[in-house]
Each structure stands twice: as C-alpha cells, then as structure tokens.
Design a protein around this ligand. Sequence first.
Ligand code: 5GP
Length: 190
Amino acid sequence: MKELQDRIKKDGIVISEDILKVDSFVNHQVDPTLMQHVGAEFAEHFKDRGITKIATIESSGIPPALMTAQAMELPLIILKKQPSAVLNDHLYQTEVTSFTKETSYELTLSSKFISEKDHVLIIDDFLANGEAATGAIRLIRKAHATVAGIGVLIEKSFQPGHEKLTSQGFDVYALARIGHMEKDKITFID
Ligand code: 5GP
C-alpha cells in the first residue's frame, strides 16, 4: 500500500536494525484517515471469506483492527494482555513472548465473545517473529474457532514471522513489507 509506505518513509524512525518506531501515526498518535484506508484495504483483500469477527492484540493493533471491523461491518474482539495467568473458567489464555519488551504476558479472551462458529481475521500493527500472531491463533483455536487470515500493517520481512505463519498455510497480508532498514533508509519489497 503506497500511502502507508510513503508515510513510513516520511515519519517512521529506525531505532535499531530491527525496531521501527511509528508512534506519530500508528502507536501513540494515530492518523485516523490512514487507518480508514488501511481498514478498507484489509476489507477488500479478505472479503467473501465467511469472516465473522476481527481480532487484535491490545493495544497498538486496535486502530487498524477497528477500522477493518467497521469496513467489514463485523465486531472487533480485543485480546487482552495480562501479566500472569488468572484461573477462570470463562477465560481462554495463552502465554506470549513480547518482541519489543523481551518479556512474556498472558493473552486473554473471554468465552462470551467467541464460539466454534467463528471464523476470525487477526489484525496487528507489526509482524516480526510471529509470536503475537501465533499466540492469537492458539487462543482462537482454544475456543474451537477458526482463523481466516492475518493482516498486518508492517511486516519486517527479514524476521521469521512471515515464513512461520505462511508455512502453516495462513494467508498473511502485509500492507508494507520491509526488506531492510537502517538509519534514514528503509527498503520495501513487493
Ligand atoms: P512478533 O510477535 O511478530 O515478534 O512481534 C509483533 C508485536 O511486537 C507487534 O504486536 C508489535 O506491537 C511489536 N513489534 C514488533 N516489532 C516492532 C517494531 O519494529 N516496532 C514496534 N513499534 N513494535 C513492534
């Protein structure tokens, strides 16, 4: 998506060779018009797949996921991060290792908002090692629901997440794929 690539080039900040900061338009301050276009793009790519719900991981996936849910006229479920497991019959939980924070957390979903009838599209801001997406998939499967695909704004294609997910047969749709990055230079791949 050219609009997103242009914005990353203009406002993205390369923190290190594997961390990109996009907090002026995605993570901290949010550009709603860009998110609306992102939502329309995901809705077009994933249309006619029998999707019943959109899921995202709190908190930085929420803006693009909400706009996708709106474009597809579907509910959004937010997978919550909790520091440790809580025992509760009505919760599905799974442990995920955080890429940016080098810690782990419990990803949590109430059984009230998912059932075996659901076919879920996962939306997130970044795909790096694929841990967050894999955790989301595990959680959705614990509820006996199915995964329709994974949409991410930015895939760092030099990290293993894309391969990990596509090798399991998932449709991974990334709006911007970064092949390489260094200070003041970000290279995209098609
Ligand atoms: P993964 O689980 O695929 O390794 O990492 C994905 C998660 O880590 C995303 O939900 C995102 O919040 C965070 N993340 C991964 N790489 C980056 C990055 O370069 N910049 C920022 N801001 N977040 C990242």
